[in-house]
Design a binder for this molecule. Sequence first.
Ligand code: NAP
Ligand code: ZN
Ligand code: ZN
Length: 352
Amino acid sequence: MSKSLTRSVRGYAALDPNSGLAPYEFSRRELNDDDIGFEILYSGICHSDIHQVRQEWGPALYPMVPGHEIVGVVTEIGAAVRKFKVGDRIGVGVFIDSCRKCRNCNYGLEQYCAEGMTGTYNALERDGKTIAFGGYSNYFVANERYAVTVPNNLDLAGVAPLLCAGITLYSPIRYWKVGKGSRVAVMGLGGLGHMGVKFAAALGAEVTVLSHSPAKEKDAIAMGATRFIHTKGDDWNKELKKGFDLVLNTISAEIDLEPYLQLLDTNGTLVVIGLPGKPYAISAGTLLDGRRSVAGSMIGGMPEVQEMLNFCGEKDIVSDVEVIRADYINEAYERTVASDVKYRFVIDGKTF
Ligand code: NAP
Ligand code: ZN
Ligand code: ZN
């Protein structure tokens, strides 16, 4: 089948780093044999969208239609599609392709593809010339390998953020074997952080939220945290030092890691997940004391995204969302940057 660009789609795009997002019409390709076409019902707003629109991670590709937390219902399938049928509830996350042959792709770790994953937006597709347009739009075409099935019992608006915020916390929580008795701290109660609290609590861990927004305490406890610490002043960590096995850093802003590193007990790990764009300074002395580790983790591969959604289906876990119209995106960005989000903005796909 041809890859001609004929399908007209309505979305929102940024044309440069400074002007915000505005309505934008564009085309998507006709379906290849292994493609699915779907109507987008909800699209989450990730802080990574804001970093990229504003070029906080370096030069970006415009026009940019952001959005990599996408859920919808299949409306068309290509002749060779096996995983999906028309009417299925599906999701697409942070990447839409990868080399499909390297070691990482073969292990289902496509996010670490040797050739680099193909991002859902702010990227060129693997033909090297088509700009990938993301989920802030009403229709999507995806290769079936890079889409997942959404359990039927879950509210779709609350599922959208699982495609990035959810998997990004689920993956390190599984990798570092969080379970009953684990002492876990979550830095920042935003879109990612609140999913970390829910997953770690569901697995039986003792969860402490470290937040610079004291008004979030009640919500944190309702999500399953056992303790909430307001990270104010120089002494906030005094009683907490050497008290944690795993510290998950989801903070979007530049911060001093030192007081958080001091929280790790012997052999503990601080996982860097937030991506403010500038390097962190790390004190060698603090790292040596107690054989502490600093690690990183990036989203999750396709098999793990499906595993995470199945886990959410079993445990009835979704994101806490504020559903907005497309014309509210710019305000939602301002509120997200101001940490005023409960706990993920999700755009109603019918409003594009
Ligand atoms: P978000 O919803 O804006 O949450 C970030 C939270 O960080 C805020 O709610 C706030 O929590 C805290 N925070 C913000 N500014 C702060 C400051 N100046 N000092 C201390 N704390 C501050 O963002 P998100 O969508 O969860 O994304 C978080 C970060 O992860 C972003 O940098 C994003 O790009 C990155 N990310 C990484 C991956 C990955 O694969 N590793 C995937 C997705 C996103 P409190 O109000 O509770 O303090
Ligand atoms: Zn994201
Ligand atoms: Zn690969």
